[in-house]
Design a binder for this molecule. Sequence first.
Ligand code: ACM
Length: 689
Amino acid sequence: EGPPPAGEAAIVLARGEAAGSPEAYALDVAPSGVTVTAAKRAGLFYGAISVWQLAVQDAAKGPAQLPAVSIDDAPRFVWRGFMLDSARHFQKVETIKAILDAMAAHKLNVLHWHLVDDQGWRLEIKKYPKLTSEGAWRVPAGAAGRDPKTGKAIRYGGFYTQDQVRDLVAYAAARGITVVPEIEMPGHALAPLVAYPQYGMTKTPPRQNMGDWGVFPYLYNTDDQTFAFLNDVLDEVMDLFPSQYIHVGGDEAVKDQWKASPAIQARIAQLGVKDEHGLQSWFIQRAEKHINARGRRMIGWDEILEGGLAPNATVMSWRGIDGAVAAASQGHDAVLAPDSTLYMDRRQSASADEPPGRLKIISLKDVYDFDAAPAALTEAQRAHILGLQATAFTEHMRTDERLQKMTFPRLVAVAENGWTPAARHDWNSFTARLPAEMARLDALGVAHDTVPYEPQATLTPAEGGKVSVALASGLGLGEIRYTADGAVPTTASPLYDAPLDVAPGKTIRARTFLDGQGFGRVRDYPVSLLAANTRSSHQLEVCGNGINLSLEDDAPVNGQRAVFAVDLMNPCWVWKGADLSSALKLTARIGQVPFNFQIGADKAKIPLRAPATPAGELDVRLDGCAGEVIAAIPLGAAARGPGLGTVSGVLPARAGRHDLCLTFTARSVEPTLVLDQVTLTAAGKSGKN
Ligand code: ACM
């Protein structure tokens, strides 16, 4: 057979039988043409996406060639989701459309839209205009919230009009994606309560706290007028969003305000529920009744299990998969959205070049390897797992580009996990397709993180005044090739296989190659003794495992900000194995960040060490953080901020190599002092290397 004659369609989409699900399709690629057959529009759409994927998989190798194939395809799960938090940071409509395009290209079908939180209310509600005129705006904490010239507050925020929402919902629907809105209750409610305090537990909920992150204490009250308000809101929400599911949040509603309130305690007694958890269950059931009355279904985070699950509720399991196990064992449906594995606010590699986020690393491989059919579930319980979902909580994603880089390429691994049967799961096959995948994401105009593919250099002093350069990529895929003569590395450049001894003054240029194709960017590493004797906070060991963040500085308001690796529960860093056989000069670049974290009573657990000088000191301890203080370097003006400051001091000689523990003294956590980088050089010299 030859190609179809001119004038005849080369690609035919036809309605017909396709086994399995409404999203199933059959694809036939033959010399005479391409045929996609499906019973429903969604199946035709996914068949067409597969044709596109086949056509561009070898894009870097020349003109598109479709392999002859015959495929019967259907998704593993009905819920293949992505949650976007537009409350902590607000995204442009165009950005959300680009994400929807990329979701559709990977056969994802649910956008869970987190529209409401303590930091902002982002959805226009006609009956309650103050939700957006008041609740959509905050002042960022610290220097980020003040004009440096005038000292005036800078407002941050925004909201989506109902027209914009209708447009986005239609845009998503055209791509096979259902938008599931989330309206949080009874907690995560500071923003609406700033707008309408009568529905809360205090007369004046603190507006200034809208610039904080964390778990807040502000709850709705349980008066009838509050449910009337919530029902009105849900009515407008259900008018805007035709989704079967409506998400009511339910997570992290700390019960302190309810515990302390005589009115709430009277309500608990009157209702005959057991305690505050029972009251939350009653609260959520009232919402469910309203949602069910309009023919919709309610979904909530796994805390809605506490105090008893509402009769028809579906559970979104975020505290691991325990919530899904509990829901399924009670005969309820569940979606797997576990922290940390499917939380896109985690870093993708150890590189200091990663966008800010939570410090724990969740690599592309960790996401790919996520087991969506855990052994903790019986076969019958597994039938209740609707699918899986990645979440992008955006506290640390200040820009739309960062949101996209934190989300992609990991969301591609989520998509494959959601579509492909476990038996066809194959990391090597997935990674072989990554170069083509990057080209697809570029074509879609979606930013994606390439850092974990790229060679990262670790520089250390070597013999004879040279510098040892070790290269490794976060994911360890492919091979690293490098040059030392300024040339762009190619497949013909030397293969890296062991640390290099390099003379200061040279630049190592390195790139990863996968199957002969450049993979990620060329990285340049200028080699100097100063660089070899310097470690960024990301290259030091963070002592604790409390609130570990790759945290952006609050200054400057505009322009590039430093990013610190820090455990906010114990700001402390370790330089491993410093050679103290002669005295050293320690130079530290330091910053200070606002403590804008709502952590309740845990704040009192953060260790404070009393300062000896007015601005405090950088303390250096020997052989661990309980060791002898060998230097206490006064911070002086360097601590003042905003922005970075530099201090230096001398460490006395001690035989051999030692771990150095670095902490600050301070009277308060506001602001919190943080290390940006540390340099160790021979004492007595100028420090010029
Ligand atoms: C959540 O991360 N609080 C759902």
